[in-house]
Design a protein around this ligand. Structure first.
Ligand SMILES: [Fe+2]
Ligand SMILES: [Fe+2]
Length: 510
């Protein structure tokens, strides 16, 4: 099965419209061996009637079955009414042989941001249930699901991208296709292939790129291949073979045990649960006995001395080695100086052959994080320098969306940071924002977020918790440990390839 994936044609009625790129691609599609075509939105530029009239004419040039999804530009000026009139339903289902495309309208009138609202979310879940026996399940929407590189400031991701991502993974969706940022990109997120089309025919490409479309091939054995094809003829392909089976039994001795903590928010406020934190520290010291405890930030609720003093008392009780990176709460008021005074500037730490690389992402007086271009470059260099080691990147802010939390601007350069991490093949990333435990593997890198260990204002149905991550020679397993009860539940289990590439094998932990 071969699918042509076009997007962001931004058709206008003016002569400035880059119709030649569109014609070239439409021609290739007509002459190519494609079963159908998906257009992931921004068909028109302003959602105007004359644009829809022109778009109807242009879309007819494609002589293959065509699925068209609305984009934020299509719904401008109440264009969603015209979309239904000229093009078709805003949400729908397209069935093919042993597969299905479920498309969902992710637009919000007059905003560039995206959302799959609660009714549509239920509708999507119902469709995924209905078609759960199909071999290939494709979900299509306009907005991207995972932060993209080269987009400037990362924004306009779906507000509830974490929930949508979680839903797609639960229902074993094979492919998510989208457009919107005019950047062609392919990521493997667990067994889901996230296929972003670039810009098929408008002038607004990024970083001097040219127009392009993606070619998706679904193989009988379950492999999914996405080929980015630019109008210059240049092609880049990526193929994913689903991992089966998904559960592994560890072989060999455990190499490292990490306890990952976040958002303790030590304070005198009622939301800080002192007893829960004390209990968790007892569980860590007496039962779990990790090699290292990593705190992913928001140690205190506010950057004042009294809170730092208390937090220091708590963390002094932890017997294992500690690595603490600041969150945005930690550097409010005098926090920037207090953090260094009490916990020291986080630096590179090597334990049992594992290299922990802390990254500072918090800024003064805002929950929005940034690594920055210089920070990205430094991180890339460190990942290169420690390529032969097992690298763990530690930071506060999220680089992948977290269920139950709103995904707007949490890390403004998340897309570029995620690229640095995947290219550098970091072996693990630990984050701690969003108040919910979550773990997914993007490309070769598991990314694990910790919920809140002792702050009442969290988003975790499991309650206050922290993560326990065990690394074995061939696999890694992450559990979430309930902070009060000490019970655990699986967050993720990942096969890893030869984690320790260094000639001298690391000392196994007792
Ligand atoms: Fe667009
Ligand atoms: Fe868009």
């Amino acid at each position: 099965m071969r699918i042509a994936h076009i997007s962001d044609t931004h058709i206008t009625s003016e002569s400035a419209y880059k119709g030649y790129a569109y014609d070239l691609i439409a021609n290739e599609i007509n002459n190519g061996d494609f079963d159908f075509v998906i257009h992931t939105g921004d068909v028109t530029n302003q959602g105007l009637r004359e644009e829809y009239e022109r778009a109807t004419y242009e879309l007819k040039k494609i002589q293959k079955p065509l699925v068209v999804i609305p984009g934020n530009h299509d719904v401008r000026n109440v264009g969603y009414a015209l979309f239904e009139e000229f093009i078709g339903p805003l949400n729908g289902v397209f069935e093919f042989d042993d597969g299905v495309v479920i498309w969902v309208d992710s637009t919000i009138p007059d905003l560039s941001d995206g959302r799959v609202g609660s009714q549509k979310f239920k509708w999507l879940r119902e469709r995924l249930k209905e078609y759960s026996d199909r071999r290939f399940k494709i979900v299509a929407a306009h907005h991207h699901l995972v932060p993209l590189p080269d987009t400037g400031r990362e924004r306009n991701v779906l507000f509830n991208a974490g929930d949508v991502l979680d839903l797609l993974l639960r229902y074993d969706v094979n492919l998510y296709t989208c457009g919107h940022k005019h950047v062609p990109n392919v990521y493997r997120v667990e067994d889901l292939v996230v296929d972003n089309a670039g810009c098929t025919s408008c002038r607004k490409t990024r970083k001097g790129d040219v127009n392009s479309y993606n070619i998706v091939t679904l193989h009988d054995d379950g492999r999914v291949e996405v080929r980015i094809r630019r109008v210059t003829g240049e092609e880049r392909a990526k193929e994913h073979r689903p991992v089966r089976p998904k559960l592994f039994i560890p072989k060999g001795k455990r190499l490292l045990r990490i306890v990952q903590v976040s958002e303790s928010n030590v304070s005198e406020r009622a939301y800080f649960r002192r007893k829960v934190l004390e209990n968790a520290i007892r569980t860590i010291n007496e039962r779990l006995k990790p090699d290292v405890v990593v705190h992913c930030g928001d140690v205190v609720d506010m950057g004042i001395e009294r809170y730092y003093e208390r937090a220091y008392e708590f963390y002094e009780r932890i017997k294992a080695e500690k690595l603490v990176v600041p969150g945005h709460n930690d550097i409010t008021y005098l926090g920037y100086d207090l953090f260094s005074e009490y916990f020291g500037q986080p630096g590179i730490k090597e334990i049992n052959g594992v290299t922990f690389i802390p990254v500072l992402s918090a800024q003064y007086e805002t929950p929005i994080g940034v690594v920055g271009r210089m920070g990205q470059k430094k991180l890339g260099e460190l990942l290169e320098e420690y390529r032969d080691s097992f690298t763990v990147v530690v930071m506060h802010h999220n680089i992948v969306p977290i269920p139950r939390s709103r995904e707007v601007g949490f890390l403004e350069d998340a897309g570029d940071v995620l690229r640095v991490i995947t290219i550098g093949e970091a072996n693990l990333v630990l984050t701690g924002h969003g108040g919910n435990a979550f773990g997914i593997k993007v490309e070769k890198t598991p990314i694990v977020n910790a919920g809140s260990i002792s702050w009442e204002l969290h988003r975790n149905p499991y309650g206050n918790s922290f993560n326990l991550i065990d690394i074995y020679p061939d696999m890694m397993v992450a559990f979430e440990v309930q902070a009060t009860w000490g019970s655990g539940r699986l967050v993720g289990i990942w096969k890893i390839k030869s984690p320790f590439k260094s000639p001298s094998p690391p000392r196994p932990s007792p």
